[in-house]
Design a protein around this ligand. Structure first.
Ligand SMILES: [Ca+2]
Ligand SMILES: [Ca+2]
Length: 412
């Protein structure tokens, strides 16, 4: 298994245009059709089952650094333990005037790349959301920026805090975020468990999709150009070109998974499983509220990935409670290039920050517990072995116990 490296290196060494040019001569030499053919239902269920067995909690939550930012809000770095990776660091920013006596929403800020996350991500959120000034958002949120394993939290005043864990190319960054949500809800009583929202960009957008699919405590998310589905033609062409050009050491996870396959260190089954774990669009049926933003000229994550995500959303059962897809002509791999994104971001955050509390049994979160929810429950009945929105008691089985819970909350 290969070691993860920075996406910034990918940006300087391999543009999609260069890869496409190489593919013109490479396609005849390598055929990865078997790797990139659409995943089967059995393959999807195997990944769901694996994910259900990996739902980490955080322990030993300890504030290791704390101080005010320029506006007087308290910023913290927290150390906690997530098994089996070990020590994990999270940066938090508490609302202005926070004294722990009233509840606040929680907004997860999921960074891209493999270089760690700095406290500047909180300023990015302010710029994007207009927090504190946007009349429809009203109250501030507890901002949470988790590192991913093998990455640092970078602060100016306190130095860097490096999370442990293997620097392997897996989808365990999602586990780190799930463990962070557990830690926040268990250790900050003022965190409103009905309003945990997330946004992520680039690799963090892909992590976001994984979190939404696996952790139903996170009820809404905004994805900026995250990888969503590599089982499609442009990814296959990229991979074939990389293999043929001898550039298999390029960073970025799913491409390297394919390199392992070509070099004989991963089987076809293992390779497809890893690709599927990075293709969370196939699991969007477990997502409730999602907005997606992507530029058509993105050189690092092809816009086709988000277009594939849209196709999965269209087929999802039950349908998502809310979904919007925004495509930006000429937009590249930066939020600033997505002209006009801010009102859309703010509208989503306003809606998410004010969404009504979760109602037990309301699987599709339309505010009623009725026949639509019952249909979803019955379709998942008995055969499901992984996390499912219809698994109301969280025991990884959809059965009479979940039905009883639903009937207890029946509203029409
Ligand atoms: Ca419902
Ligand atoms: Ca159950």
């Amino acid at each position: 298994m290969r070691v993860r490296e920075s996406w910034s290196r990918l940006a300087t060494t391999a543009s999609a245009a260069a890869i496409a040019a190489a593919s013109a001569t490479a396609s005849a030499q390598v055929d990865l059709s078997a790797v990139f053919s659409p995943p089967t239902e059995a393959e999807q269920q195997a990944v769901r089952a694996e994910w259900a067995a990996r739902f980490p909690t955080g322990n030993n939550w300890t504030v290791v650094a704390q101080g005010p930012d320029a506006a007087g809000r308290t910023v913290q770095v927290v150390r906690h333990d997530i098994q089996p990776s070990g020590v994990h660091y999270v940066a938090l920013r508490l609302p202005l005037g926070f004294d722990g006596t009233s509840e606040y929403p929680v907004v997860l800020c999921l960074h891209g790349g493999g270089d760690g996350v700095s406290l500047a991500i909180f300023g990015s959120y302010d710029n994007m959301s207009g927090t504190g000034t946007d009349p429809c958002s009203g109250r501030e949120a507890i901002l949470v920026a988790p590192s991913y394993r093998c990455e640092p939290i970078i602060t100016g005043q306190w130095g860097s805090f490096l999370s442990t864990g293997d620097c392997l190319l897996t989808d365990y960054e999602v586990d780190d975020v799930i463990g962070t949500v557990s830690g926040v809800l268990a250790n900050i009583p003022a965190a409103d468990e009905d309003h945990v929202i997330a946004w992520g960009m680039s690799h963090g957008g892909g992590v976001l999709l994984g979190v939404l699919a696996r952790d139903h405590r996170v009820r809404a998310g905004i994805d900026f150009y995250g990888p969503a589905d590599v089982f499609q033609s442009s990814s296959q062409a990229e991979a074939e070109a990389l293999i043929a050009s001898g550039e298999c050491d390029l960073p970025e996870s799913w491409r390297l998974v394919v390199c392992d396959y070509v070099e004989g260190t991963a089987t076809l089954e293992e390779t497809r499983r890893d690709l599927l774990r990075h293709s969370r669009g196939h699991f969007v049926d477990q997502v409730t509220r999602l907005d997606v933003h992507h530029g058509t000229a993105d050189p690092l994550v092809d816009v086709l990935q988000s277009q594939m995500l849209v196709a999965h959303v269209t087929e999802a059962s039950p349908p998502l409670a809310t979904f919007h897809y925004f495509e930006y002509p000429g937009g590249v791999h930066s939020i600033a290039s997505l002209t006009g994104y801010q009102p859309r971001f703010r509208a989503f955050m306003c809606s998410a920050l004010s969404m009504p509390p979760r109602k037990l049994g309301d699987i599709n979160e339309d505010g009623a517990v009725n026949a639509m929810d019952m249909t979803t429950l019955l379709l998942a009945w008995g055969t499901w072995t992984a996390t499912h929105r219809a698994d109301l008691d969280g025991n990884h089985t959809v059965d009479a116990a979940d039905l009883a819970i639903m009937l207890g909350g029946w509203s029409s």
